[in-house]
Design a protein around this ligand. Structure first.
Ligand SMILES: [Zn+2]
Length: 282
């Protein structure tokens, strides 16, 4: 998809499943299951959709999916299905791991950073994108490397510590421009330093919303994940953000939606809905 000076390419790293109740927080199942049916273990299917942003001279990927380091037990628990994964999606876009200059993290949970590293033939962990600089938020890095009982299962050290060891990690302390027309904005909420990515080109704004609005089923303000560590912070940020998204017609990328990669939030008669964007990727 052309976006002003830039090219945006939505990729997939397959699908996984999480508990439907946890995905919708305080929303009762009779309401959420109308939007997203659950399997026999009460799990719902979620997408894994990293986004590539290309300019004339830089190629960036935002998040990198769940990766291939999970053991059989975790693959079963999370219902991971990667028969079509990020390598396939990169190849379809005429790219490979070596094409990527910048890897930007929304945050460091395993379903976003799992694809940051890989095991080589000898079993040694290494950066998955061999030429890339990796960019994460300083305080998110601190939280990820000092997990507590509540977030330990989400912050798998194998996904990011090897980046520091390899000297390819750049920590950014605040909201900042990561490449021309692309900046990060801290939302808090999901994690204290979770961030979204705003792409502003030719008077339009695209947003990689990460876990602020993980799927199109989450566009109502109180539909907030039970996973969020600070749900009232999510609520405050989301309320303002969704208003702006409707008024300014942001093109929103939904990282975990199983069907809709991107769209516009619209409102009619007080009801919000998503108009999917047409994405004609190579
Ligand atoms: Zn996530």
């Amino acid at each position: 998809m052309r976006f002003g000076e830039l090219e945006l390419i939505s990729l997939t790293d397959g699908f996984f499943r999480l508990d439907g109740g946890a995905m919708f927080g305080v929303v009762p199942k009779p309401l959420w299951e109308k939007r997203t049916p659950a399997d026999d273990k009460n799990r719902i299917t979620l997408g894994l959709r990293p986004l590539v942003v290309r300019s004339a001279d830089k190629t960036m990927i935002i998040d990198a999916g769940i990766g291939d380091k999970m053991d059989a037990k975790s693959i079963a628990i999370y219902g991971i299905e990667r028969s079509r994964n990020l390598d396939h999606a990169l190849a379809d876009a005429g790219l490979d791991a070596g094409s990527i200059d910048i890897v930007l993290a929304s945050h460091l949970h395993f379903d976003h950073a799992g694809g940051f590293t890989k095991r080589d033939a000898a079993g040694t962990l290494a950066p998955r994108f061999p030429r890339a600089r990796y960019v994460a938020r300083t305080a998110e890095w601190e939280d990820a490397t000092h997990p507590h009982e509540r977030n330990r299962a989400s912050y798998l050290q194998e996904n990011f510590v090897p980046l520091m060891d390899a000297g390819v990690l750049d920590l950014v302390p605040d909201d900042a421009v990561i490449m021309p027309s692309v900046r990060v904005v801290r939302t808090g909420g999901h994690t204290m330093h979770h961030q979204i990515v705003l792409i502003e080109s030719a008077d339009r704004t695209a947003v990689f919303a990460a876990d602020l609005i993980p799927t199109t089923a989450h566009i109502d303000v109180p539909w907030i994940m039970g996973y969020d560590l600070y749900p009232m912070d999510t609520l405050a940020f989301k309320r303002t953000f969704i208003r702006a998204a409707i008024e300014r017609e942001y093109l929103i990328f939904f990282e975990h939606d199983p069907v809709v990669a991107a769209g516009y939030i619209r409102e009619k008669d007080g009801r919000k809905y998503v108009e999917p964007a047409t994405i004609d990727n190579p």
